[in-house]
Design a protein around this ligand. Structure first.
Ligand code: ATP
Ligand code: MG
Length: 364
């Protein structure tokens, strides 16, 4: 990965510009954490980059960066810039390309995200990011009040990095977050969800959630049930407890899953019919939310005599013939009855037993 990145830096430099790896990749590299993508910053403008890499792409909604896929690695190459005017406490409305790396580093969020690496692998660290990595703390670049009021997403990014890296928030940043927390309301629910998902799926999620609550961000994020989360392994189970389907964006699949988990969590999860109805995943997630053992639930699930209507050892035709009737809507009701009778072991899943039961119960 690093080799491919260094090659890109070389190509940009051969064309007469400066270029460095920056941001998440360098931070995680120094911490020994693998990364999926690489951010590069450069003195070349997007136009100049396009000449060096004709197959790079310029995203529509962004200005000042190009995307390059090389050997299946996603590179985002961004021109050195200063951000001048911020709009709605989020996007900079005006930027200005600059030719010096230092200027570009000053507009970034935290010192640990402003460490650079050159094509030889040397670390360039104007803002003491490495020192803060060693002290395991998140420190804003420059004035933390200004940083957060310029862009409120930085509030959530700070908590996200504190969670995923298990770092502490520097004292000034911590106070600024509390002071500016109402700005979270100006962010889109999409952006909030992206950051929250990263916090919730971290192995350190418990601490992240505690931090959100400690700073009162749960109120500003409109998540009154955040304190009720005990279970942290399933992201959708967390959103089910948070119960904000009408506020935060979810895909149709996610909505279904969240609703099922909510429904299942109101039921007895070891009940055979509920296990059958909701399936193993939803049942165990809903069970674990209530402190039930996933192992017990899996055992009970594996002991079910049937898992779907298709498993019932009889066809609709067999039933209607035995009853001397034409097939029709009434079979639906019979199947529902059979499911329950078999699941609760009142009836064996054997064709002859089922036929006898149907004739006894349903023959007019
Ligand atoms: P990861 O990719 O692991 O989520 P990252 O730090 O690389 O973390 P990106 O969103 O990829 O995050 O951003 C790349 C770099 O751009 C960051 O390291 C930081 O220097 C800068 N950056 C990103 N978002 C902001 C922001 N909202 N404000 C200031 N600087 C930012
Ligand atoms: Mg990144």
């Amino acid at each position: 990965m690093l080799k491919v990145a260094k090659k890109i830096l070389e190509e940009i430099e051969e064309a007469g510009y400066e270029a460095y790896i920056v941001g998440g990749f360098v931070r995680d590299y120094l911490l020994g954490i693998p990364s999926n993508d690489i951010d590069i910053c450069t003195s070349a403008t997007p136009k100049e980059l396009k000449q060096i890499f004709p197959d790079s792409e310029v995203p529509k909604d962004d200005y000042g960066s190009v995307i390059l896929m090389k050997k299946n690695i996603h590179f985002e190459i961004t021109t050195f810039r200063r951000e001048l005017v911020y709009k709605n406490h989020r996007q900079p409305e005006k930027i200005e390309y600059v030719r010096e790396l230092y200027q570009d580093l000053l507009r970034r969020d935290f010192t640990i995200n402003a460490i650079c690496m050159d094509k030889e692998g040397n670390i360039i660290d104007y803002l003491n990011g490495k020192g803060d990595l060693e002290k395991r703390r998140i420190v804003a670049i420059g004035d933390s009040d200004l940083k957060l009021s310029q862009d409120a997403l930085r509030i959530l990014r700070a908590v996200r990095f504190a969670t995923t890296l298990d770092f502490t928030l520097d004292g000034a940043l911590f106070s600024s977050i509390i002071q500016h927390k109402t700005l979270l309301r100006s962010l889109s629910y999409e952006r909030k969800r992206e950051e929250l998902d990263k916090i919730f799926t971290s192995s350190n999620a418990k601490a992240g959630i505690a931090l959100l609550i400690e700073m009162g961000l749960d109120v500003e994020l409109e998540l009154p049930h955040l304190a009720n989360i005990h279970y942290t392994d399933s992201l959708m189970a967390i959103w089910a407890v948070l119960d904000v389907l009408d506020l935060y964006p979810f895909t149709a699949n996610e909505k279904d899953l969240i609703s099922s988990i909510q429904e299942a969590s109101l039921c007895r999860n070891l009940d055979p019919f509920n296990l059958y109805k909701y399936g193993l995943y939803v049942s165990s997630v809903a069970g674990e939310m209530k402190g039930e053992s996933a192992l017990e639930i899996a055992k009970a699930y594996n002991a079910l005599p049937i898992y779907s209507r298709r498993d019932i050892d009889i066809s609709g035709d067999d039933i209607s013939k035995a009853l001397g009737r034409e097939p029709g809507e009434y079979l639906k009701g019979i199947y529902e009855d059979l499911e329950r009778a078999i699941l609760y072991h009142h009836l064996e899943n054997k064709k002859e037993d089922i036929l006898k039961y149907c004739v006894f119960t349903y023959q007019e």
